[in-house]
Design a protein around this ligand. Structure first.
Ligand code: SF4
Length: 240
């Protein structure tokens, strides 16, 4: 990374509200002032010391314009639920209902998610309800026509997601759908291949499963059963 690229990168994090970062030592002992930094430069610890969800929300601001998704949104949808939860669900982005209300997963897909969490927990004898977990999305503003967020939008807004996850530090994350899986695991593999197995984001366990809106399609009965299996695994891992 050149000095200019590094400066832009740091400015970007500063804009997100990250005021302090540290660099691990550059591996080459010959590196000198002004030289091109090697690819081993570690950047950065994403979360400022003592980061909180409140601070992250304040850093986003009331009229975030960091990416083009600001253009058509009504409300920024930050996240909801238990801020100390051991389990965080991550979806793709707000839909029409979420955009109107400012809360994640409040439409039909959200109702299905609530049912999935509460019915599975109840059947498995795990005493949790939806408000006991935390729920958020990769991007905080609704993509027009519910299109998939584009890579630059995911990268820009994804930094807030990463800070949310670092602030909550759950025992596990459930990534719902390919956008969440891509943001957290940096993979192009589809959900069918990734689901049902444990992965890692930093040192936190990640289970990938289908997005509830995919499960609402009538021909996806097998996927529904698989999603229930995935959820069972997650709930037992976190709450047993
Ligand atoms: S999607 Fe995220 S980065 Fe883009 S405008 Fe909304 S809050 Fe800002």
């Amino acid at each position: 990374m050149t000095r200019d690229e590094l400066r832009k990168h740091l400015n970007f994090y500063q804009d997100l509200g990250v005021d302090e970062i540290y660099l691990r030592p550059i591996s080459s002992p010959d590196s000198v002032e002004g030289a091109t930094l090697t690819a081993t430069t570690a950047i950065p610890s994403l979360a400022p010391e003592g980061d909180t969800l409140l601070k992250i929300r304040q850093d986003i601001g009331d009229d975030c314009r960091r990416c083009r998704l600001c253009e058509a949104r009504s409300k920024i949808v930050f996240g909801s639920g238990n801020e100390q939860s051991s389990l965080v669900f991550v979806g793709e982005g707000p839909g029409a209902d979420e955009d109107a209300q400012g809360f994640p997963f409040v439409g039909r897909a959200g109702q299905l998610l609530t049912q999935m969490i509460e019915n599975t927990a109840s059947k498995e004898g795990i005493p949790i309800r939806r408000p006991d977990v935390y729920i958020c999305n990769v991007v905080k503003c609704r993509p027009p026509e519910n299109r998939t967020p584009q890579p630059d939008e995911m990268e820009i807004c994804g930094q807030f997601l990463f800070r949310q996850l670092m602030a909550i530090r759950p025992k596990a994350i459930c990534a719902m759908g390919s956008t969440a899986a891509k943001a957290l695991l940096g993979t192009k593999e589809g959900v069918t291949k990734l689901r049902g197995k444990w992965h890692k984001w930093r040192d936190i366990q990640v289970m990938v499963t289908y997005h509830p809106s995919y499960l609402l399609r009538p021909y996806n009965q097998d996927a529904k059963r698989e999603a229930w299996e995935d959820l069972k695994k997650v709930l037992h891992f976190v709450y047993d």
